[in-house]
Design a protein around this ligand. Structure first.
Ligand code: SF4
Length: 338
């Protein structure tokens, strides 16, 4: 890729991890900042999880960052800080599945293994008229076999990158540029006039939407933030306390109840300052955010693993989920200074 002018295995690995579920133009600034801070696995291994998450903040899918960090620690401990050069070994590292292992092994080390991502699946499905829906469980095996059969074993890295680029730039989902495509003369979808019928997909159920509430709890001109447990959704990130609104419950009541349950504080919800919508992979949320005044109690955590009372400007030092960042500009220090 033009922006990734390197054959350094670590840089290729980092970029491929970031590119999963994320577009190139979003990834580029993150990729540059990340490699500047952590130029190799040894430096990354020595960083704290918070430092890693802070540089990943806003890119989403935070398990990618945590796994990258854990994999760097394993590389430091077991491989002297050098990224192992074989597909089978790469697959044993945290967070490295078939796609990343094949990409790093082929692009950085020239190992003949085919990369299969969404773009490659689309090209193959059209080029070969493959009826297997691309989003069903057995699709990966089927497309992998086809991709392996096509692979140029004398230059697998270049071939894989060419296939991915072809899918991203030419054989695009809605407007494929078939007249410009080098595969056009032998493309079966073109021959059958069926380009827009491929790839096949299974219709997915609608993703659920949850209504949640969170509170900006003010005490002595500071606000309370809590840290989520290190693993799982948004693991290790900081947030304002809150949670799901129960059936029949008003958002402000849910906010007060959740804060009592999570951090053992009695607060009063003063006003709603924001309503934020945010989409994750498998669900969406509508988040109501309340300005809350501290009433009584001492923090005792049930769920979160850490907490801080911080000044508003200090939020910049902590990694927060994207849904929280959306309402930051609307948080104002209350006039009464609570
Ligand atoms: S000719 Fe069209 S459908 Fe076939 S691979 Fe190229 S862009 Fe895709």
């Amino acid at each position: 890729m033009p922006w990734r002018t390197t054959d350094d295995p670590f840089a290729i690995w980092v970029s491929e991890v970031m590119l999963q579920q994320t577009q190139v133009r979003t990834v580029i600034p993150y990729y540059r900042r990340f490699l500047k801070a952590f130029p190799n696995p040894l430096v990354l291994a020595q960083a704290t999880q918070q430092e890693v998450l802070k540089l990943w903040e806003g890119l989403g899918y935070y398990a990618r960052a945590r796994n990258l960090h854990r994999a760097a620690q394993k590389i430091a401990a077991q491989y002297g800080g050098t990224v192992p050069g074989r597909y089978e070994v790469l697959k044993t590292l945290p967070g490295i599945g078939d796609y990343i292992a094949a990409a790093v092994a082929s692009i950085a080390f020239g190992e003949p293994c085919a990369v299969v991502d969404g773009n490659v699946k689309r090209v193959l499905a059209r080029f070969q008229l493959i009826d297997t829906p691309v989003n069903e469980p057995k699709a990966m095996k089927r497309f992998k076999e086809r991709a392996e059969a096509f692979l140029d074993r004398s230059n697998p890295g270049r071939f894989n990158q060419a296939m991915m680029e072809l899918g991203a730039l030419v054989c695009t989902p809605s407007h494929p540029k078939c007249p410009d495509c080098p595969l056009n003369p032998t493309c079966r979808a073109v021959k059958e006039k069926a380009v827009h019928e491929y790839p096949k997909r299974i219709k997915k159920a609608r993703i659920p939407e949850y209504h949640v509430a969170a509170g900006i709890v003010w005490k002595d001109k500071k606000v309370l933030i809590t840290r989520r447990k290190p693993e799982g959704l948004l693991g290790g990130l900081w947030e304002f306390p809150g949670g799901k609104i129960l059936k029949g419950e008003a958002p402000s009541e849910a906010c007060v109840r959740e804060i009592k349950e999570e951090v053992n504080l009695i607060v009063s919800a003063k006003e709603r300052i924001a309503r934020v919508r945010h989409a994750y992979t498998h669900f969406k949320i509508v988040l109501d955010v309340f300005r809350c005044a501290y009433v009584s109690g001492r923090v005792k955590l049930k769920g979160p693993v850490d907490f801080r009372w911080i000044r508003l400007h200090e939020t910049e030092k902590f990694p927060f989920p994207g849904a929280n960042r959306k309402f930051f500009p609307l948080i104002k220090i209350p006039a009464e200074g609570v």
